[in-house]
Structures are given as structure tokens and as C-alpha cells.
Design a protein around this ligand. Structure first.
Ligand code: SAH
Length: 396
């Protein structure tokens, strides 16, 4: 028989509402011995087929829906079409940047697949058994995109472990070339170039999700003394410097990331400014103890809550960082503060920052909000895809 997953009574409701995830606890029975990544028919307790999804026997997240259409055929052309259509929806972005996320997993109906385009290279991340099953098809589809010369794999994320998949990295399609691209992005009416290393960099190499923040920084940096905490390869620092910042300090715990910032400063003919290599929690304290003061602080920590269960502990860390930043902010200064922890809601993040400002005895006003750009789309039926939030705050 066709591999089939039978849901517990009532568990078909979220599937019918187009939510793409089925957890192991929602499943009453598995029939037909599906292998990892196989497409299974999903059946309600009453025996009605409500769609088809990819089976992940090792993960609590047991099925990721491909489609709610019982008649659809999930095959090579189905997967190819999803990838190509997803890339096509980004075409309008090409006037702004040649670096875009062309596939955003469930956000684009391709669960487990993240694909970031950097010029003529695509870096792909395969994060689920279902995506692994179609890896070659996905790679071929990405290589077929106009102007793409190679596809590089960065499947070295934690999520793979939960799926029982080993990490894997390296060139998988196209011509061997330096594992680096120089990308071009228009920010505030000016062209910027950034070097993206996709074999050694973090995530797939560049924080495409912060495109809105990059534009916001260009509009406010003029004349300000800038502190860029968690600076990675200095994209924010370079933009601030090019936009007339009075001084720029970059702070990161990664030496290679700071070296990347020097390179990026050179590529854009700006001064890299002061660099501090160290733990931000400690270094911000040191700066505060030295009574340093900044007119623009950028605070973009890594994901401090990996899961919803970690949100409480992470809240304290976010508060700590924002408290220090609030103290370092000059009168009239601007703080752009971010959280990319999906488990932390925008409401909770704002509350945590409000608590930090109160403890720092600073009156801060929200003058803007930032979130992930359109190449990281959030289906209305899958709000979990929204993970990045930022507040632009102004001090009295
Ligand atoms: N704003 C950056 C992205 C920041 S990613 C951009 O747009 O490119 C988060 C960065 O935080 C990474 O570069 C990582 O090296 C750094 N990091 C992680 N933990 C840190 C810590 N405790 N102190 C300082 N930096 C840290």
C-alpha cells in the first residue's frame, strides 16, 4: 500500500488550515513502512486524505507537508517547479541586490531547503529528510537559474542531527571556483560590495535577512559615533562609515569575522575604524566602565534562544545586552536592537527591551520597527516563519 500517516482525531484541523507541520504526537498510525524522506499520504482519523507530506522518522517533527492536494504527484517536476517559482518571485529584487534568499523553506513551500544566491553562486542548506530525498533535484533546479554557475552545499546545521542526517558541505554543482563571491547591494542610493565566504562563513555566509536594517542604518548614521555590536563581517559598520558616521567601532567574538570587516571596508573604500575582539557581554561592560558614549548603537546578537524552552533564559541575556546598550547611548542617540530568536515574540522582545531601558533609567521611544525582508516570506498559515524583529529606539 501507499505509505500513509493516520492522524489522531482532530489533528487534521491544522493541516486543513495549511499549517505544514505534523508532530509525532499527532499521529495515530503509520502504514506501509515509509523510508526517510518518502512522500506519505496524510489521512484524518475519519479516513479522508488531507494531503501529502515528507516523512521524517527520526524527528519529532514527523511530517512536513508538500501539498494539501490528494491528487498531486510529488515528483521531480513538482519539486523543480517549487524551486523555480520561488526564485522567480524574487526577480524584482535584482535591481537592489544580486544577493537574495531564493528559497526560504516552508515560507516557499519547499520544507527543509534554504537557498541563498550570492551573485553567480548559490549556497544551499538541506535540513530535513524530505529535502535530503530531493537534494539532487533541488541542486539541478538551482543550477538551472539564469546566471547561476555553481551550487555549494552548507548542510552543517544542528537541525540535521534531529533528522538523523550527517553534516555535509562542499561544491555540488557547476564549476570549481574560489568559495567566495563579491556581492553588490544598493543601499541608500549607493552601491556597496561585500565579500561573502560560503565555505567558512556563518550560516550561508551573509545575513541577507538584515537588508531592511542596512537601509535604515544608511539613513541615520550621518555624523554619529557608531557602536556595532555583533558586527560579523562589518556590513553595518561599512554602511555607517560610508554614510558619514563620525566614528565606527565594531565588536565581535570572531577574529575571522573582524578580518572580513577589514576586507569589506577596503572593498568600499572606507576606514574600518576601531575593532574589538571579545565577548560582547563583557566588552560592553568594559565600555560602560570607561564611560564611553555612542550616538548610534547596533545590537544584533546571534539566536540566543534556540528553542521555545530557552526563551526565559534568553530573555535575561537580551535584557542584559539592551541594558548595557541603553547606558552607552548618548542623549538623542539611536539604538537599533534585534532578536532573531523565532521562539521570542515581537511583544515579548519589546517588553524585555522596555525593562532594560527602565533599569538603565533611560527614556526610549520607538521610532521604527524592522523585520525580515520579502525574500524571507511568512505564509499567513505559518506565522512561525517570522523570526527576525528589530526596534529603532531614540533616546531623549
Ligand atoms: N549584524 C551582522 C550579523 C551578526 S551575526 C550582519 O548584518 O552581518 C552575530 C555575530 O555575533 C556573529 O558574527 C558572531 O561571531 C557574533 N557573536 C556570537 N556570540 C558573541 C558574543 N558573545 N560576543 C560577541 N560576538 C558574538
Amino acid at each position: 500500500m501507499e505509505p500513509t500517516v493516520v492522524l489522531r482525531a482532530g489533528r487534521d484541523k491544522s493541516v486543513r488550515r495549511l499549517h505544514p507541520w505534523i508532530f509525532s504526537g499527532g499521529i495515530a498510525d503509520v502504514r506501509g513502512h515509509p523510508a526517510p524522506g518518502d512522500t506519505v499520504r496524510v489521512m484524518s482519523a475519519a479516513g479522508e486524505c488531507v494531503g501529502q507530506g515528507a516523512y521524517s522518522p527520526e524527528s519529532q517533527l514527523r511530517v512536513r507537508m508538500w501539498t494539501n492536494d490528494p491528487e498531486a504527484v510529488v515528483d521531480e517536476s513538482f519539486v523543480t517547479h517549487r524551486v523555480i517559482e520561488s526564485a522567480r518571485r524574487r526577480e524584482h529584487l535584482s535591481t537592489i541586490s544580486d544577493a537574495v534568499r531564493v528559497v526560504f523553506s516552508e515560507g516557499d513551500g519547499v520544507p527543509g531547503v534554504i537557498a541563498d544566491r550570492y551573485g553567480d553562486a548559490v549556497v544551499v542548506q538541506i535540513g530535513s529528510a524530505g529535502a535530503e530525498r530531493w537534494r539532487d533535484v533541488v541542486a539541478d533546479a538551482l543550477l538551472s537559474l539564469e546566471g547561476v554557475a555553481c551550487v555549494y552545499e552548507r548542510s552543517d546545521i544542528e537541525a540535521r542531527e534531529r533528522e538523523g542526517l550527517a553534516p555535509r558541505t562542499g561544491l555540488i554543482r557547476g564549476v570549481e571556483q574560489a568559495p567566495e563571491s563579491i556581492i553588490n547591494e544598493r543601499i541608500g542610493g549607493r552601491g556597496f560590495r561585500f565579500a561573502v565566504g560560503f565555505s567558512a562563513g556563518q550560516k550561508t555566509g551573509f545575513y541577507l535577512d538584515q537588508r531592511n536594517a542596512r537601509a535604515a542604518i544608511a539613513t541615520v548614521a550621518q555624523g554619529r559615533r557608531v557602536l556595532n555590536a555583533f558586527s560579523y563581517t562589518g556590513a553595518f559598520s561599512v554602511i555607517a562609515a560610508a554614510s558619514g558616521a563620525a566614528a565606527v567601532t565594531s565588536l565581535d567574538s570572531s577574529g575571522p569575522a573582524l578580518a572580513g570587516a577589514i576586507r569589506n571596508a577596503e572593498l568600499n573604500a572606507v576606514q574600518v575604524g576601531e575593532q574589538i575582539e571579545g565577548d560582547a557581554f563583557a566588552e560592553l561592560r568594559t565600555l560602560r566602565d570607561r564611560a564611553r558614549s555612542y550616538d548610534l548603537i547596533l545590537l544584533d546578537p546571534p539566536k540566543l534562544a534556540q528553542t521555545e524552552a530557552q526563551v526565559d533564559r534568553a530573555s535575561r541575556a537580551y535584557k542584559d545586552l539592551n541594558l548595557l546598550a541603553a547606558k552607552l547611548l548618548a542623549p538623542g542617540g539611536i539604538l537599533m536592537t534585534f532578536s532573531c530568536s523565532g521562539g521570542m515574540s515581537p511583544g515579548l522582545f519589546q517588553k524585555v527591551v522596555a525593562g532594560a531601558a527602565l533599569d538603565a533609567r533611560r527614556a526610549l521611544r520607538i521610532i521604527g520597527r524592522l523585520d525580515q525582508p520579502g525574500d524571507h516570506p511568512v505564509p499567513l498559515s505559518f506565522p512561525e516563519a517570522a523570526y527576525l524583529k528589530g526596534l529603532i529606539l531614540e533616546a531623549e
